[in-house]
Design a protein. Structure first.
Length: 98
């Protein structure tokens, strides 16, 4: 693993240390995980409520009305949740042993 130097204000570093302790991890692992998640959130997690509803509408239109919109919305939420689960597991696999 390559080393990267990052500077924090003392108050920020204290907050990171407390959050890492609460999560049962170390500072470096917490910072790595958040950097990876921040990149990911710009995509999937960046869905605003209106963008989510537009996605559901597009999916319902694509299905041509053969599936009720309520079912399309349920399936859309399920897929997003599953993608999140897979991403979370992938991030966890890239964490060094504690």
């Amino acid at each position: 693993m390559q080393e990267v130097k990052v500077r924090f204000q003392p108050s920020d570093l204290d907050a990171i240390e407390q959050q890492a302790a609460a999560a049962g991890t170390n500072r470096a692992a917490l910072i790595r995980q958040r950097a990876i998640v921040a990149e990911y959130q710009q995509g999937l997690y960046g869905l605003t409520p209106s963008a989510y509803h537009a996605l559901v509408s597009d999916a319902a239109t694509f299905m041509g009305g053969i599936i009720p919109r309520q079912h399309v919305e349920l399936l859309t939420a399920y897929v997003i949740t599953r993608l999140d689960s897979h991403h979370t597991q992938a991030v966890a696999r890239h964490q060094p042993p504690a």
